[in-house]
Design a binder for this molecule. Structure first.
Ligand code: HEM
Length: 234
C-alpha cells in the first residue's frame, strides 16, 4: 500500500517533515549568496550554528543530569552526561571543516562578522554554567554521604557513584580536547601569533586547555598515582 505523505501537522512547510523540523526557518538562518562577502561564509555559519545546536543539547543534558544527582538517580545522570560528552565530541570533529577555510578567505569575510567572537557563544556559556553546577551538586552528594573523593580512584565499575565520577572525568577530557583543536584552528585560520607572544589571544586559549570543571576528581586521581605536583601545573 502506498504511504500517504500529505501533511497533517499545523504550521509552515510543504510536508510534515518541514513543519515538524521547521526546515524553512532553519535553512533560512544562513546568509544568502546575495548577502555574503565571501562564499565560505556558508561553511563558517554552518559549523557555528550546528555547534550551537549540539551545545544546546549538551547544556540541557547537563541540567537534567544535575537534577538526577539531586534525586539520587546517579545511573541516569551518568547516561545523560555521556550524551553531553558525545555532543562535545561531535563539535570537536566538525572543527575539521576549518581545514578547508584559508586564512586569506577568513580575513576577507571578517568585516561581515563585526566584533563577533566564539567567546560570546550562548551555547558555550550555558554549558559552562551547567557543568559548574553539576560539579557542585556532585560534591554535595559525596559530602552528604561522607564519601571521600580519594575512594573513587580507582573506579569501581559496579558502583554508580564511581561510574558518574568517571563520566565526569571523561567530560572534562572531551572539553579540553575541543579546546586543543580550537586552539589549532585559531592559530591556522585566525592567523594569530602562538601562545606566549605578548598580546596574542592564543596565550589565553592555550591556558584554557588546562581548565577542568571537576578539578578535584583529577586531583584525586593524580594523588593516587603519586603525581600530585603535576596537577598544580597551569
Ligand atoms: C575560523 C574559526 C575560528 C577562529 C579563527 C576562532 C578564533 C578564536 C579566538 C582568536 C579566540 C580568542 C578570543 C577572541 O579573540 O575572540 C576564540 C575564543 C573562543 N572561541 Fe573561537 N574561533 C573559531 C571557531 C570557533 C567555533 C566554531 C566555536 C564554537 C562555538 C568557537 C568558540 C570559542 C569560544 C567558546 C571561545 C572562548 C575561549 C574558550 O572558552 O575556550 N570558536 N576563538
Amino acid at each position: 500500500m502506498k504511504r500517504d505523505h500529505s501533511p497533517v501537522l499545523p504550521g509552515a512547510g510543504a510536508t510534515d517533515y518541514a513543519r515538524y523540523m521547521r526546515t524553512d526557518t532553519l535553512l533560512g538562518l544562513q546568509r544568502s549568496p546575495a548577502e555574503v562577502v565571501h562564499r565560505d561564509e556558508l561553511l563558517f555559519q554552518v559549523v557555528h550554528q550546528s555547534t550551537e545546536l549540539w551545545l544546546k543539547l549538551a547544556a540541557a543534558e547537563l541540567v537534567e543530569a544535575t537534577a538526577r544527582v539531586n534525586a539520587g538517580d546517579l545511573a541516569v545522570a551518568e547516561a545523560l552526561l555521556l550524551r553531553a560528552t558525545l555532543a562535545v565530541r561531535l563539535i570537536t570533529d566538525q572543527l575539521a571543516m576549518f581545514r578547508h577555510l584559508s586564512p586569506v578567505d577568513f580575513q576577507t569575510m571578517q568585516p561581515a562578522l563585526g566584533n563577533g567572537s566564539g567567546a560570546e557563544s550562548p551555547g558555550w556559556r550555558r554549558v559552562q554554567a551547567a557543568g559548574r553546577e553539576l560539579g557542585r551538586t556532585f560534591a554535595g552528594h559525596l559530602a552528604a554521604r561522607g564519601i571521600p573523593l580519594a575512594t573513587l580512584c580507582p573506579a569501581n565499575p559496579a558502583d554508580p557513584v564511581h561510574r558518574l565520577a568517571e563520566a565526569m572525568v571523561e567530560w572534562d577530557e572531551r572539553v579540553s580536547l575541543w579546546r586543543m583543536r580550537h586552539y589549532q584552528v585559531a592559530l591556522q585560520v585566525g592567523g594569530h601569533a602562538p601562545a606566549g607572544t605578548p598580546g596574542s589571544p592564543m596565550t589565553m586559549l592555550a591556558k584554557l586547555v588546562e581548565h577542568r570543571f571537576f578539578p578535584d576528581l583529577r586531583q584525586a586521581r593524580l594523588h593516587r598515582t603519586g603525581n600530585e605536583t603535576d596537577a598544580a601545573q597551569p
